[in-house]
Write a protein that binds this ligand. Structure first.
Ligand code: PLP
Length: 389
């Protein structure tokens, strides 16, 4: 007979999921109640308020989609792209490519603005794309490219879209909770995130927020959204502001307890303190890695603190190093994706996992594993440099 599953205790320092706090895991195991129970509806309201805080927005339509980040992405596209629409899509990593897929599956045309993986989206190239395609209705880009570790200038890109009367879709899956996401200040129209990156909640939910402009565009659609589940007009009836909630689907009750707890923790710490913590440990990690002779893959002014792409040194066996970290140190780091497969490692410092102990543990484990592979590293230099930083 198959017995219960007990996962190993890992330290998650990859591209997500990140370590989940015991407080969040505890919330997950509280008794399930009905999803139309008045107490549950109060919980939904509190989640909405705390998501508005996290997104720095007053958008009424702010809620967690009951599915992972990819569903939040899809929710934004299927509601805002109609057949025949032209959308400017920025691709500087894996997720821009998925945005193109979404536009095309909605019957739209994607005008691609490509940038090298590991660099920010070029605002100038996007300006040129708008000049060439004044009929573009939408601009979509990834704020924090988890596949490469690069951050893009969301404020400048959203401002550009507004000048051209285009709506914006912004992927903030990895940015939310780790670096400033200022939905209202940017003037972003549809923004989606995920729970398993810097919110340090369990995977499987996707916080989204839509501006009044986006809601108007959704209400004025001339034909139905092709996805029933992700049709925001229907979801609004369930998560909407009025007290009368219409059944749409059964909310993942316990997962929402977990999200609520992770957002309470974010409020307790405060956004500014959370951002400062991510910066501080990122600086320490980078100092340690560089002291060990490793180099970062992304230019310093475009680096994400929560996702650190490191160049794999010549002659080092990528797979063997990651396997040794996992098997001997219970430490997960990420492999390179797509164009960067085999070239970089991705070390996450997300949410609850972003702490001093993990920085030191990671540097220490990498030092041992690389030394065993023949690298000449002076023992302890990395930890010393990290502590000094
Ligand atoms: C993780 C991630 C996604 C997808 O989220 P899932 O929860 O895996 O579906 C989308 N965009 C970015 C930038 C991500 O890092």
């Amino acid at each position: 007979m198959t017995s219960s599953f007990y996962p190993p205790q890992r330290t998650l320092m990859g591209p997500g999921p990140s370590d989940v706090s015991p407080r969040v895991l505890g919330a997950l195991s509280r008794p399930t109640i009905g999803h139309l129970d008045p107490q549950f509806i109060q919980l939904m309201d509190e989640i909405k308020g705390m998501l508005q805080y996290a997104f720095q927005t007053e958008n009424e339509l702010t809620l967690p989609v009951s599915a992972p980040g990819s569903a939040g992405m899809e929710a934004c596209f299927v509601n805002l792209v109609s057949p025949g629409d032209k959308a400017i899509i920025c691709a500087n990593g894996v997720f821009g490519g998925r945005m193109k897929e979404n536009v095309e599956r909605c019957g739209g045309t994607a005008v691609m603005v490509d940038d090298a993986w590991g660099t920010a989206v070029s605002v100038d190239k996007v300006a040129a794309a708008f000049a060439e395609h004044p009929d573009a209705k939408l601009l979509a880009f990834v704020h924090a490219e988890t596949s490469t570790g690069a951050v893009s200038d969301a404020a400048a890109l959203c401002a550009l879209a507004q000048q051209h009367n285009a709506l914006t879709i912004v992927d903030c899956v990895t940015s939310l909770g780790g670096i400033p996401v200022e939905v209202d200040a940017w003037g972003a129209d549809a923004v989606y995130s995920g729970t398993q990156k810097c919110l340090s909640c369990v995977p499987g939910l996707s916080p989204v927020t839509f501006s009044p402009r986006a809601v108007e565009a959704i209400r004025n659609r001339s034909h139905k959204v092709q996805s029933w589940f992700l049709d925001m007009q229907l979801v609004m009836g369930y998560w909407g502001g009025d007290s009368k909630r219409a059944y749409h689907h059964t909310a993942p009750v316990n997962a929402l307890y977990a999200l609520h707890e992770s957002l309470v923790m974010l409020r307790e710490e405060g956004l500014e303190a959370a951002f400062a913590r991510h910066r501080e440990h990122h600086n320490a990690l980078v100092a340690g890695l560089e002291a060990m002779g490793l180099s970062m893959a992304v230019p310093a002014d475009q680096r994400l603190p929560q996702l650190n792409a490191v160049n794999i040194p010549e002659g080092v066996d990528d797979t063997a190093v990651r396997a040794a970290l996992l098997n001997d140190y219970d430490l997960e780091i990420g492999a390179g994706l797509g164009a960067l497969a085999g070239k970089t490692w991705r070390i996450g410092l997300m949410g609850h996992a972003c702490n001093r102990r993990n920085v030191l543990r990671c540097l220490d484990a990498l030092e041992s594993v690389l030394t065993a592979q023949g690298a000449a590293i002076t023992a302890g230099v990395a930890a010393e440099a990290a502590a000094a930083a």
